[in-house]
Write a protein that binds this ligand. Structure first.
Ligand SMILES: NC(=O)C1=CN([C@@H]2O[C@H](COP(=O)(O)OP(=O)(O)OC[C@H]3O[C@@H](n4cnc5c(N)ncnc54)[C@H](OP(=O)(O)O)[C@@H]3O)[C@@H](O)[C@H]2O)[C@@H](O)CC1
Ligand SMILES: Nc1ncnc2c1ncn2[C@@H]1O[C@H](COP(=O)(O)OP(=O)(O)O)[C@@H](O)[C@H]1O
Length: 288
């Protein structure tokens, strides 16, 4: 049966804020996201990462998306993924970092698939895969690359599939059709990852533990809110949060921000940008 984290457990999962930290010590979030078809996902993910506490947020996106990301938030450091080098994604002793790969990826696109699969071997930090990167992972080859990452101890892996993506990952690994509460631990064991199967109730597992987050709202059922969640969890990872705790806390903050946005804008009218702007309320709720 799934556990539900207490307010105390959630508060304890938030990395402390060092008052003397500079932006690099706060944590660097690398977002690799946003193909020409879905540039907005990169902007939403990265902006959420900033609000969730990353000290430095950089975005590598398709050349067509660079201008949009910069215009959305001038404080985001955006560049084309044509110039991308995975050597950039490495944590130094006092400079924690994490990478989010896949929001706004087209799972059929060659560049997106290459970047998704490369990230598994190349990103030497905690790595979260979301969106179209999960489509690239949902093959026997993707599964083998994920397992190889685990053996090489490159860093923790977090997967955030919605129901459709979880189904594709399960089919690729021969896992029987099952409920999200059963699929999350089965996928976690197969991929050697922390898996959050998203939905009205989100189930998070590392293969042994199973936690549910059921405090969200139907206001979150809008295209782009998953990209926001990826940025939140990525930012917590970049700040050095323990990976399973980052996934549980990130899903909870996302749910609380959704509720706060719904209180301001109404259940029907919330858009993902409102959820990002409501994140400060969610952090106040956590710290209060
Ligand atoms: N502003 C932007 O740039 C945005 C960009 N985005 C980016 O778009 C990319 C594609 O992601 P996507 O989720 O839109 O499509 P995709 O995974 O191909 O789904 C196809 C099928 O899966 C199913 N399915 C979907 N959701 C489900 C659910 N919750 N629970 C259960 N099933 C679900 C559903 O199947 P059906 O309901 O028909 O059975 C659907 O037909 C990705 O990179 C993402 O980041 C989006 O985030 C939006 C904002
Ligand atoms: N009815 C609902 N109640 C609570 N949360 C929801 C509901 N519908 C969707 N969500 C949340 O919204 C997010 C949607 O993510 P996802 O399906 O990946 O969207 P997208 O790909 O469009 O960004 C998930 O975090 C999910 O848990």
């Amino acid at each position: 049966m799934a556990e539900h984290w207490s307010a105390q457990q959630l508060a304890g999962a938030l990395p402390p804020l060092n008052p003397l930290a500079n932006k690099y010590i706060r944590g660097h979030l690398h977002v690799v996201a946003g193909c020409s078809r879905y540039p907005g996902a990169a902007a939403l993910c990265a902006a959420a990462g900033q609000r969730a506490g990353a000290g430095y947020t950089s975005v590598a996106c398709s050349p067509e998306a660079v201008a949009l990301v910069r215009a959305f938030r001038p404080s985001l450091v955006a560049s084309s993924w044509d110039d991308w080098n995975w050597n950039a994604v490495a944590a130094a002793p006092r400079h924690p970092a994490a990478a989010v790969v896949g929001p706004g990826f087209d799972g059929e696109d060659d560049t997106c698939c290459r970047l998704a699969l490369e990230s598994l071997t190349e990103a030497a930090t905690p790595l979260l895969l979301d969106g179209g990167a999960l489509r690239a992972l949902a093959t026997p080859y993707g599964l083998a690359r994920a397992q190889a990452r685990g053996r090489a101890q490159r860093g923790p892996l977090v997967l955030t599939p919605h129901g459709g993506e979880a189904g594709a990952l399960a089919r690729a690994t021969g896992i029987d059709d099952a409920s999200p509460a059963e699929t999350a631990p089965a996928l976690a064991r197969a991929f050697g990852a922390i898996v959050a199967v998203k939905g009205p109730t989100t189930f998070i597992s590392d293969g042994q533990r199973l936690v549910e987050v059921n405090e969200g709202t139907a206001a979150l059922a809008k295209a782009g809110t998953g990209d926001v969640l990826a940025g939140i969890i990525g930012a917590l990872l970049a700040q050095g949060a323990e990976p399973f705790a980052a996934a549980v806390l990130g899903c909870t903050l996302h749910a609380w921000a959704g509720n706060s946005a719904a209180a301001s804008h109404g259940l029907r009218s919330v858009v993902p940008e409102d959820v990002i702007e409501a994140l400060p309320d969610a952090f106040k709720q956590l710290e209060g």
